[in-house]
Design a binder for this molecule. Structure first.
Ligand SMILES: Nc1ncnc2c1ncn2[C@@H]1O[C@H](COP(=O)(O)OP(=O)(O)OP(=O)(O)O)[C@@H](O)[C@H]1O
Length: 262
């Protein structure tokens, strides 16, 4: 159930991964030649123009889809489907409206057969980590959009996955809530050693949250820029002198990719 990081294998490894979707006239290549390796605890932000295959990449890692080409492994084991070692957070919180907040967070643990008392404790702990312990008995519709998304994050983290996959999790939130959630997420990661793959349209968010950042080209998505961020992850990176420079380099690459698409 819990992940046990191996010291020798990468948390996540993609080798020459490509994905084609079927279309009326044959196939649409969405991704091509994606090779990357993430160590446990690294935080990868993925940016790129619309249609560059960001969500496809996330779905492949989640195991919702299989790559057309290449190999994809998690701690050395090929991904053949979804699993408790990977937690997923989508743009919309997709909570079960008929369940309480606590029951939503417990859901994955219940599916995994965790005994009632333990799953309650673990779910409450996760809710407390996202600052929502006092909402446990409420229903999702009684919460704001930002709170619902925090519940979705708690739900994804409750089974203690080694890898957390987030597809524009703050995309539907207003600017202020979004900024607060970014800060919270950084704090949350400080307490864990989880590997994160984070999809975003927002370069600033990518530089703020990523210890590694990749930019995908227009379709088919290929990695056109890869940056490691040595900004002070434990402090506020926005204040670091390198922040603006990194943001500029990435913005330039995204602009270039978007330009190619037209
Ligand atoms: N189920 C599907 N069937 C056919 N083509 C698809 C399917 N899903 C995605 N595509 C195509 O694959 C390409 C990549 O899509 P994907 O959603 O991964 O891109 P994205 O970078 O996440 O886009 P956005 O930023 O707009 O969300 C797009 O051109 C899209 O039209």
């Amino acid at each position: 159930m819990s992940w046990s990081p191996s010291p020798t294998t990468a948390a996540l490894e993609l080798r020459e991964v490509g994905h084609d979707y079927p279309s009326r006239d044959g196939t649409v290549p969405a991704l091509d030649g994606i090779t990357l390796s993430l160590d446990q605890g690294q935080h990868l932000a993925v940016v790129g123009p619309s249609g560059s295959g960001k969500s496809t990449l996330l779905r492949l890692i989640a195991g919702f889809q299989q790559p057309t080409r290449g190999t994809l492994t998690v701690h050395g084991t090929p991904v053949t489907g979804p699993g408790p070692d990977r937690g997923v957070v989508f743009q919309q919180p997709t909570l079960f409206p008929w369940l309480s907040v606590l029951a939503n967070v417990e859901f994955g643990l219940r599916m995994a057969g965790v005994p009632r008392k333990e799953r309650r404790e673990r779910a409450l702990h996760q809710l407390a980590l996202v600052g929502l312990a006092d909402t446990a008995r409420m229903r999702p519709y009684e919460l704001s959009g930002g709170m619902q998304q925090r519940v979705a994050i708690a739900r994804a983290l409750a089974p203690d996955p080694g890898i957390v996959l987030m597809d524009e999790p703050f995309g539907a939130l207003d600017a202020l809530t979004r900024e607060r959630m970014q800060e919270e997420l950084r704090l949350l990661w400080r307490h864990t050693r989880k590997t994160l793959v984070f999809i975003t349209h927002d370069v600033e968010e990518a530089v703020f949250l990523g210890t590694r950042i990749i930019v995908l080209s227009a379709r088919p998505g290929r990695i056109i820029l890869e940056e490691s961020s040595d900004l002070p992850y434990e402090e506020n990176p926005r204040a670091a002198p390198g922040f603006a420079r990194l943001r500029e380099r990435i913005t330039e690459a995204v602009r270039h990719a978007a330009h190619q698409a037209h």
